[in-house]
Design a binder for this molecule. Structure first.
Ligand SMILES: NC(=O)c1ccc[n+]([C@@H]2O[C@H](COP(=O)([O-])OP(=O)(O)OC[C@H]3O[C@@H](n4cnc5c(N)ncnc54)[C@H](O)[C@@H]3O)[C@@H](O)[C@H]2O)c1
Ligand SMILES: N[C@H](C(=O)O)[C@H](O)COP(=O)(O)O
Length: 340
């Protein structure tokens, strides 16, 4: 009988080494059997991870390997694909000397997924301002991953950030821009393109055959008929109508303050919001411990925990691995669906 090819592992990026990413990656590996964690490898530095495990009092055998061996090794050791830059273990004390390793880890994960060595990418949290200080020119993973996809395929992508929790799927249409710039950045095309990507992803990757979208207004009371700001009538409403004309089921523009209570949430599958905090406040309030950040609109699957580097928790063992676990499980589920 022909032997079955092993399950493709997930490629996990290092994230900020001084943050909680390494702590929770180690904790997740320890919980692999009990919690049915899909196989993954971490792109990082074995000596650094050994030091962090020792600091946490965790017993984690760490093995340097290539992605092709990761699934086989995963039950007995944490597979680490070496990034080629040594990293000092400095809990809660980030250094720009690690920027190359952090960015290189993301680059390597994307290369692996394009080369068919990994099923999807799961990123550990980065410290944005440490990367900015080291010359990183992208607001976050979301935008950088679209740039890597462009370099690889020559095709410009519109990356869409979705926070996916058990009680809410929510998408900010504008992402990492100052609040003062949101109104001028917002366009009808941007909302329509985002709605289209979300609607199609809900069908193809989340198994929702006829997704219902709810679109928030920008202003208080969704502009109160144009008397509290004109954007809802001039930009958001035409976008809602355009999406409907494409066959999507869409409600909006809705007053954002009343669209997240439980009865309101039962009327839609995903909410589109006009700016970062309008979307991420309800997402993290309802499901901080197990919501997942998913990037839609890319030619590969990327998920991430919904939290950041939490420097104050590094090395304490108090960082919860739950959101990273949810990110791994969702990435594996989306990858399985994409091969059906
Ligand atoms: N995906 C990412 O790369 C990502 C996501 C969010 C924030 N960040 C970055 O993280 C840095 C810190 O951001 P922040 O302080 O706004 O958010 P944060 O998520 O790091 O921390 C917010 C609060 O939640 C707590 N917390 C976070 N994760 C936790 C966990 N796993 N278990 C228990 N408690 C946890 C922290 O202790 C803190 O009180 C920033 O540089 C930000 O850019 C990165
Ligand atoms: N906006 C996200 C949040 O606040 O959780 C976070 O910064 C992650 O962004 P990237 O996935 O683009 O790094």
């Amino acid at each position: 009988m022909a032997s079955q090819s092993p399950i493709l592992p997930l490629a996990m990026t290092l994230g900020e080494p001084a943050g909680i990413g390494p702590d929770i990656a180690l904790a997740v590996w320890m919980a692999r059997t009990k919690l049915h964690i899909p196989p993954f490898y971490l792109i990082g530095d074995a000596a650094f991870l050994t030091s962090r495990a020792r600091r946490l009092g965790y017993t984690v055998p760490i093995v340097e390997t290539a992605p092709a061996e990761a699934t086989r090794l995963f039950p007995n050791a944490l597979p680490v694909v070496p990034i080629g830059f040594p990293i000092d273990d400095r809990p809660g004390d980030p250094s720009q000397s690690t920027v190359q390793a952090v960015v290189g880890s993301i680059d390597r994960a994307v290369e692996d997924v394009f080369e068919g060595r990994a099923a999807a990418i799961v990123t550990c949290p980065i410290s944005k301002n440490v990367l900015y200080g080291g010359g990183f020119a992208f607001p976050g993973h979301t935008e950088y991953l679209a740039e890597l996809a462009l370099r690889r395929t020559g095709e410009k992508r519109h990356p869409v950030m979705m926070l996916a929790g058990p009680d809410l799927l929510v998408v900010p249409v504008t992402i990492h821009i100052p609040l003062a710039e949101v109104a001028s950045a917002l366009t009808q095309d941007m909302i329509v393109e985002t709605g289209r990507i979300v609607g199609n992803a809900l069908k193809a990757q989340f198994g929702i055959p006829r997704p219902r979208l709810a679109i928030a207004g920008l202003n208080p009371h969704a502009g109160e008929g144009g008397t509290i700001g004109r954007e809802d009538e001039e930009i958001v409403r035409p976008a809602v109508e355009a999406l409907r004309s494409e066959g999507f089921e869409v409600a909006g523009p809705l007053p954002a303050d009343t669209m997240f209570h439980s009865r309101a949430r039962s009327t839609y599958d995903a909410a589109l919001c006009m700016y970062h905090d309008q979307a991420l406040i309800p997402a993290k309030t309802l499901g901080f411990d197990d919501a997942v950040n998913v990037t839609l609109g890319l030619p590969f699957i990327r998920t991430s925990p919904d939290h950041g580097t939490a420097f104050e928790l590094v090395g304490s063992g108090k960082a919860l691995p739950d959101s990273l676990i949810a990110a791994l499980k969702l990435a594996a589920k989306m990858a399985a669906r994409s091969t059906q």
